[in-house]
Ligand binder design. Structure first.
Ligand code: URA
Length: 210
């Protein structure tokens, strides 16, 4: 598993506003989109492309086009939805699938409660959107779900992560081609499973406490 922590003053500045508990939902949503676009720039560094010949007004030259099959973007419901617009702004031709993960309160295992994805992901590059990599349980299960459908490689984009979650994910994805792109790596998880210093509950801050 490769981990890339974005190191850019604009990313840290936008994250600082997200962390501030007085930032209201509309600003939180807007900044989340902007952050994802910046992180997506880094996360798509390995996107598959192929040469194409193009005619400029002056001459013929060679450029690049995204390869087929199109990359698949997968927001994890609910908070990952707040990252979708920022991602497809950068890669408008990507296909979008949806995955809803919830923790079974008896087994504590993450289970899938909603899924709208192609059955066969052979040859597909997948980009998973999940703002908070806390314990790594649901993200690990989502990534495994995509590999079970034969995804080639999976890149997850997260705003924040805890070291505990990264460690768990490293074990859960052993032997898989996985890249994690982060806005910041925070200090730790607290006893309630929140990232510290973190930004609170990302879903609630995006959408309210429904
Ligand atoms: N999920 C969140 O939304 N926030 C955290 O701090 C941890 C998990």
């Amino acid at each position: 598993m490769r981990v890339h922590v974005a190191d850019h003053p604009l990313i840290t500045q936008k994250l600082s506003v997200l962390r501030d508990k007085s930032t209201p939902s509309p600003v939180f949503r807007q900044l989340t989109e902007e952050l994802v676009t910046l992180l997506a720039y880094e996360a798509t560094r390995g996107v598959r492309v192929e040469p194409v010949e193009i005619q400029t007004p002056v001459t013929t030259t060679t450029g690049l086009a995204l390869s087929q099959p199109r990359p698949l973007v997968v927001p994890i419901l609910r908070a990952g939805l707040g990252m979708l617009e920022g991602m497809v702004r950068l890669m408008p031709t990507a296909e979008v699938g949806f995955l809803g993960m919830v923790r079974n309160e008896e087994t504590l295992e993450p289970t899938t409660y909603a899924e709208r994805l192609p059955m066969d992901l052979s040859d597909r590059q997948c980009f998973v959107l999940d703002p908070m990599l806390a314990t790594g349980g649901s993200l690990g299960a989502a990534i495994e779900f995509l590999f079970q459908r034969n995804a080639v490689d999976v890149t997850a984009i997260c705003l924040l992560a805890a070291p505990e979650g990264l460690e768990a994910l490293e074990k859960a994805t052993e032997g898989r081609d996985v890249t994690i792109v982060l806005g910041a790596l925070d200090e730790r998880l607290n006893e309630n499973g929140y990232i510290v210093p973190g930004l609170g509950d990302a879903g609630d801050r995006l959408y309210g406490t429904v």
